[in-house]
Design a protein. Structure first.
Length: 165
């Protein structure tokens, strides 16, 4: 199974970093729940726990490249965060140092073909203020319907509903 190979590779990179820095690096959770056009995501959560999420759709269509690029990319975020602290730049020198340790490409973004990847389509609603038109997602539209007010950042006038697209 492809997902099992990603988990094995994630653990391999954690082990490489642990040996190199003489510090134990562990991930609390590895999941394949990420959706959209993001290939991977590292998140530090309270009490020292961390999550690495991978996009199963992108993994399935780009298996070899995903394992070679995305897996070390996300593990490097975890290692750099735990080794050098939270004030580092996400793709800065410390992260690049870890990527070099892994012998991996330190490109910031992937270039996977995403034509077949399912993404969420948001319904937009047209609003107007004193100076311009605005498009709001359903979340803000529903909040306005529930009584919340939004003001234009430029003219400070309330937004008025015009219609939906």
């Amino acid at each position: 199974m492809i997902e099992q190979e990603v988990i094995i590779q994630t653990q391999k990179y954690l082990s490489i970093a642990s040996d190199h820095f003489d510090q134990q690096f562990k991930v609390s959770e590895i999941n394949f729940k990420l959706r959209g056009t993001t290939a991977g995501y590292f998140k530090q959560i309270p009490f020292g726990q961390s999550i690495i999420s991978y996009n199963a759709q992108i993994l399935e269509k780009n298996t070899d490249d995903f394992i070679a690029r995305t897996v070390p990319h996300e593990v490097a975020h975890l290692v750099a965060f735990k080794r050098f602290g939270r004030k580092i730049k996400p793709h800065g020198d410390k992260w690049k140092l870890v990527m070099a340790l892994f012998g991996a490409d330190d490109s910031r973004c992937h270039d996977y073909d995403l034509k077949e990847v399912k993404t969420r389509i948001y319904q937009c609603f047209d609003y107007h203020c004193g100076c311009q038109d605005h498009q709001l997602t359903a979340i803000r539209h529903n909040r306005i319907l529930s009584g919340q007010n939004y003001l234009c950042k430029k003219c400070r006038q309330p937004l008025s509903f015009i219609g939906s697209l």
